[in-house]
Design a protein around this ligand. Structure first.
Ligand code: NDP
Length: 248
């Protein structure tokens, strides 16, 4: 039997892209997966698609993780519906790219509120059950941009670097209860987010990736599965970069 069988796993931003693939990986291993997304239609459609696999269970929820109270309410609903969550994957994220000189307060706030405060909000929503659970894990999806910065992404870089600091502080606070908290820093992964780049920019980026190609959503899902597994029980407070060798 899979070690994830019947475990309650919460994945934010799971309506599409990387989050959807992470949700799929847990469903395939028999988990009860909370597919949380901002847009209800995406959350429900993804849950339906994953349930059709006939393994595990997926349940869709619409939640805006940037909204503290709504996220805490969502947490209560999840526990009432599925029971205590023992794995939380903070994946929801957005970009609002603009050079700092031209960036408005709204673009700064939207990105920080979703990418960084959203992770804090979700931890607050599930902290009680996570701290009581056996083999509990929190995995935060950061980005290589949080490690190296990028022109036109000062809000995104700050949010993803902040997520790394948040991961390390939380790892120290939760270690006493054996809750491991780690971050994954993806490089360029094929999703809607990277689909917005022009083919010229995509080629230029690939020239700086030693392995010569973009990653697939499965590459991130596999990494999250490892960090959530018993085999990773002695790893906490770390950032695992999954980027084809771009940042080393
Ligand atoms: P997508 O844009 O494809 O999907 C983003 C997901 O996040 C969607 O499901 C979206 O919901 C959800 N979301 C956005 N805002 C909120 C919110 N306020 N509350 C709840 N859910 C929200 O992104 P990716 O799959 O590409 O990225 C996933 C994560 O990985 C992000 O954190 C991103 O920063 C990170 N990442 C991605 C990289 C890449 O190359 N793609 C590289 C490095 C990091 P909905 O669909 O319902 O609107």
């Amino acid at each position: 039997m899979s070690q994830f069988q019947d475990r309650v796993v919460v994945v934010t931003g799971a309506g599409r892209g990387i989050g959807k693939e992470i949700a799929r990986a847990f469903v395939e291993r028999g988990a009860k997966v909370v597919v949380a997304s901002r847009t209800e239609a995406n959350a429900l459609a993804t849950a339906e698609e994953l349930n059709a696999t006939g393994k595990g269970l997926a349940k869709g929820y619409a939640v805006d993780v940037a909204d503290h109270d709504a996220t805490v309410e969502f947490g209560k609903q999840v526990v009432a519906d599925l029971g205590a969550a023992s794995i939380l994957v903070n994946n929801a994220g957005i970009t609002r790219d603009r050079l700092a000189l031209r960036m408005g307060e709204e673009d700064w706030d939207a990105v920080l509120d979703t990418n960084l405060k959203g992770a804090f909000n979700a931890v607050k929503a599930f902290q009680r059950t996570l701290l009581k659970a056996e083999d509990a894990r929190i995995v935060n999806i950061s980005s290589v941009i949080g490690l190296i910065g990028n022109a036109g992404q000062c809000n995104y870089a700050a949010s993803k670097a902040g997520l790394i600091g948040f991961t390390k502080a939380l790892a120290k606070e939760f270690a006493g209860r054996k809750v491991c908290v780690n971050a994954v820093a993806p490089g360029f992964i094929v999703t809607d987010m990277t689909g917005e780049l022009t083919p010229e920019v995509q080629e230029q980026i690939k020239r700086n990736i030693p392995l010569g190609c973009f990653g697939e959503t499965e590459d991130i899902a596999n990494t999250v599965i490892f960090l959530a597994s018993r085999e990773a029980r002695y790893i906490t407070g770390q950032v695992l970069t999954v980027d084809g060798g771009m940042v080393m």
